[in-house]
Design a protein around this ligand. Structure first.
Ligand code: 8YV
Length: 328
């Protein structure tokens, strides 16, 4: 029996490649080239499966050019690189990696929020430049995290994990906005209060964005939203580039309309809006919120598990569009 063929579109743990090799004919990319669309299409020819990351866009054009493709397994919880309706229409099962990265990503979101509130990057840069010559009473005075109001936009698994850290570890009051309100039994242990978006923006001392990207979430935080925030507030984005209007944010930071921002994701990343590099009150990290060795390995393992199950007659553990395969 011929084995299914798959493309692993980016470099991955060698152990995961080896595991995939037990089930599939694998074309790998350990050189980690990022394939432009024509090359991605060319490499997907004859492949039933693809192991992807956020850098591979699977859209109607790719699907039409690769009619033998049956499964696309993303090594990420977010899947805005997939056109899900197009995948479903093409009978292509799409999978992602929820749960395994929740706590790690929440740790990072909380750390980035704290680094932002306490001006860690800005003060470290000052020190490295050799500018620290004496103590002064208000040197890099930031704002407290403990006891303040934590605002969460997007109260999914990661949002709830950040809220738990804030409420239970730091005595923060939690306000949140989400498409739907949490059941009372999930709100109660962390004292989370559901508010409309404008109230969230007005009340938060530290606002953390954890919502998935969709066309509707594009520039969910722009100049008008930033204008509602307290001038002492911080904004942390660990969700997706494009949810924040980075140009509007850079202007707000420069003009002191909010105190500071922590950003792990950017519009058009890995390129950055150059204005963000010129404002001091922003902590910038290169999309690493899920990046611990254990969690990246768990994500890769889950993506591999999805491919193996789906292409060898099993049931993929974390499908996004299970209906893709149940339709006639
Ligand atoms: C990934 C992420 O590292 O899971 C997600 O949605 O944003 C990150 O954990 C990134 O998407 C690469 O696939």
């Amino acid at each position: 029996m011929t084995r299914p063929a798959i493309l692993v579109a980016r470099a991955v743990f060698p152990e995961v490649l080896e595991h995939l090799g037990q089930h599939f004919d694998v074309e790998s990319n350990q050189a980690d080239t990022i394939f432009a669309k024509p090359e991605l299409i060319a490499r997907l020819q004859g492949k039933q499966g693809a192991f992807t990351t956020g850098s591979e866009r699977i859209d109607a054009e790719v699907l039409a050019a690769c009619p033998q493709l049956r499964v696309v397994a993303n090594m990420a919880v977010g899947y805005n690189n997939f056109d899900i309706p197009a995948c479903t229409a093409a009978g292509v099962l799409a999978t992602n990696t929820p749960d395994v990265l929740t706590e790690t990503t929440a740790d990072f979101g909380f750390a980035l929020m704290m680094a932002t509130a306490r001006r860690m990057a800005e003060s470290e840069h000052f020190l490295r430049r050799g500018e620290w010559t004496r103590w002064s009473y208000d040197m890099f005075a930031g704002s407290d995290v403990h006891g303040s109001t934590l605002g969460i936009l997007g109260m999914g698994r990661i949002g709830q994990a950040i809220a738990r850290r804030g409420a239970l570890g730091f005595g923060m009051k939690v306000v949140y906005h989400n498409r739907s309100r949490l059941p009372a039994e999930q709100e109660a242990p962390i004292g989370a209060r559901y508010v409309d978006k404008a109230t969230l923006l007005r009340e938060a001392d530290h606002l953390v964005l954890v919502l998935p990207y969709s066309a509707g979430a594009h520039h969910a935080i722009g100049a008008a939203e930033l204008a509602l925030m307290k001038p002492t507030a911080t904004l942390t984005n660990i969700a997706r580039g494009g949810i924040v209007d980075d140009a509007a944010l850079a202007a707000a930071l420069r003009e002191g309309r909010i105190a500071a921002a922590g950003l792990d994701v950017f519009e058009g990343e890995p390129a950055l809006n150059p204005a963000l590099l010129t404002v001091p009150n922003v902590v910038l990290t290169p999309h690493i919120a899920s990046s611990t060795m254990a969690t990246r390995r768990a994500m890769a393992d889950l993506a591999a598990k999805n491919l193996v199950a789906a292409l060898t007659g099993g049931v993929a553990p974390t499908p996004i569009n299970p209906e893709a395969w149940t339709k006639a």
